[in-house]
Design a protein around this ligand. Sequence first.
Ligand code: NAD
Length: 359
Amino acid sequence: MPKKIAVLAGDGIGPEIVAEAIKVLSFLNTDMNLGLVFENALIGGAAYDAFGTPLPQTTLNLCKNADAVLLGAVGGPKWEPLAHAVRPERGLLGIRSELNLFSNLRPAILYPQLVEASTLKPEVVSGLDLMIVRELTGGIYFGQPRGVHVAENGEKVGINTKIYSESEIRRIAHSAFKIAQKRHKKLCSVDKANVLEVTELWRSVMTEVGKDYPDVQLSHMYVDNAAMQLVRAPKQFDVIVTSNMFGDILSDIAAMLTGSIGMLPSASLDANAKGMYEPIHGSAPDIAGQGIANPLATILSVAMMLRYTFNQPDAAERIERAVNSALDSKVRTADIYSEGMTKVSTSGMGDAVLNALKG
Ligand code: NAD
């Protein structure tokens, strides 16, 4: 049975970077006989222009029937005046919830060739390779009751609710333990169990699920300490698992350790490891159409797809090694350029990765 990938290029630099990722993936597909087939569909502003909605039913159906989704990016100034309900970003949120993509994986890897791009000292960050697993469809961003109301004394009161059921914690726990098994088998669960009862439950369910994974070393850390440790000594971490809001904040800290938004991939997975894969950056309208965007985050997102959805670690490693070789050969897109390097276009970088794969 061929394995289907829904390809949603989206807006801005989306089509430019996705084209390079597909170039790399198509080569491996033939070279390693992976049995992948690709089908394109519109999302975001491009879909709004064509169909009056950022997430047409045909696109949603394609994603539901596919084994994985590759997304470029959505949005741009052209669509900013639109009502919130039809804004490009709504297309993205729609897919995440329709496909129940509750497990958000954000690796932060610092390539040795780019160590100077980090704001931290080289000795603190060189060799950094950590993964944050963030719960994506629950917690305080979705909990009820929520809102702002006027209390009996006439004062306004704002409320949000951090709520997790055992089953929600259990499924993100399994997801994180399985990822740790594929890495260095160390999992740190981040909570605030000294203050929040909901995270007391989080901690106890994590501990209970951990019994199913005796090969993974589980530890617990309070979120305030985790924020500090990420900046103080980030290399102590292998995999971090945490709730929606804590993960939102910690993953941005971790991303900044690597210093370069054009390099970072992400995955959002469901319970069966079906996933949507995308760079963490947006549609970069300021550089769209110029052929200068960095395609490496999207190419590395494809490597994640091969590892997590298609269980093809060898193919994933080939891409990651090829990205390393391309950087070794000193080619750089504008965002990661420094003196002494060779500046290349979006397709020039894609070609450098392809050549490294072929070599
Ligand atoms: P952005 O990530 O698009 O851009 C921020 C800066 O980083 C810009 O200067 C841009 O040129 C640069 N940049 C981003 N990706 C790059 C790449 N691959 N290579 C080189 N430089 C790159 O964030 P923004 O400007 O805040 O948002 C622009 C649009 O993207 C908005 O409409 C926003 O809503 C949307 N957005 C979409 C997603 C998504 O689709 N997942 C995520 C974030 C923002």
